[in-house]
Ligand binder design. Sequence first.
Ligand code: GLC
Length: 520
Amino acid sequence: MQDLAWWQHSVVYEIYPRSFQDSNGDGIGDLKGILTRLDYLVRLGIDAVWISPIYPSPMADFGYDVADYCGIDPIFGTMEDFDLLLAELHRRGLRMILDFVPNHTSDQHPWFLESRSSRHNPKRDWYLWRDESNNWPSHFGGSGWELDATTNQYYYHAFLKQQPDLNWRNPDVKAAMFDALRFWLRKGVDGFRVDVMWLMIKDDQFRDNPPNPGYQLGQPSHHRLLPIYNADRPEIHDLVAEMRAVLDEFPDRVLIGEIYLPIEKLMTYYGRDMRGAHLPFNFQLLQCAWNAESVAQVISDYQGALPAGAWPNWVLGNHDKPRIASRIGASQARVAAMLLLTLPGTLTLYYGEELGMTDVPIAPEQVQDPAEKNEPGLGQGRDPERTPMPWDDSPSAGFTSGTPWLPLGDNAASNVAAIEHAPRSILTLYRRLIDLRRIHPTLVRGKLQSVIAENDVLRYERVELGTRILVLLNMNRKPVRVTLHSGTVLASTSLDREGQKLSGTIDMEAAEGLILSLDL
Ligand code: GLC
């Protein structure tokens, strides 16, 4: 795959650092902890890790409230720990992608402390201050505007009031933030996942958003309005292109954008002449109904909308969304693994998916996530999908010697030690599927064609000169009969059909997936 950039043929693995591995017994994961698990990642076969924020932070939003863009929070360790982790990842041929949080800082960031101190402070204009608020809401409930008593003006915060939004129209903000990017790029970081990229620029006239006619009771309150003026503004694309240009000062780096927008809008983030984000995150699989028709539709829509020269990507899970195994059940989670790892482009999975990890129920008194605390009971809380990685069946799952910051799930049966060497475990399936992409580059770069849904079986082919790979995914709870010409099984979700020669009419078990190399 020498004709591709590293990130094009990569499987990216998101680590939520608080929950991966604790090394000092405080119940919270850290960099030294990650370091002790690198060999596991190598065995899994992933190519790159994306680590959620590790910068100094009051942790109001668990690191997505940054108080210093060029440091490491003591909870996670030191800069020496970071340097060592980066070096050790690279020594193993793995890449490191950092989370960059440009839309807002912490209210404890020195820039904001200065900005809020007086209307005449040179950093006043680094944030969005107004005499009057408008109707823009916070994603975490309530108004997005906070009246600050010191100067009797409002500042805007798209998330918590402890997360004031930066004013990206101010050139000094841009310069300072781009320098922060360079700080990490100079260290050798391989790229960034940019937090809420589509929210960074707001309407310069601060116009009110119109009501959302589709709003339904029970949805989070920010859905009451259409985010016309505080999201996806036309000017964002120049800004993303500038950010990309900073990365391009360094060889071989990747810019990934977190963007929750419909497909057509999402595509615009590749930028004019592909000078925007290399990968605007594609969250379609996180959102679509789990049946062959819906998934076929999503795949066709996404592929069909890709502009010329754009590299596709697919995401199966992240720290903001319910885990896939909870959404679709344990047996379909294996089908989802096969789906993800046979789609074209760059693929992202979330720590623990390879164990079939499920959301862990969180009792009201255990809630940590401010999204749940502010608007309880609406399903906004993200703690269930952020619980510690179960490494073994000991009381703290090998995650910590202390008390874990979030409760562990039932780790007795599914933990790394128990299933890593089990020949048919979901972890073995993940390893096999990731491996298959190396053995058969057609799965990475081959054309995707003939995407069809029939009797709740999703089928598609990956094709290159001289190679045709067929994927069959039974998304139903019932066995089903399908037909094909003839081919050899490369992998099956049950891991027991490899090497079988199949032709004509074949029977598939409920929730079975097959990858076949077709005879030409
Ligand atoms: C992104 C992050 C999420 C965070 C929010 C505010 O959506 O993924 O975890 O709460 O931005 O930074």
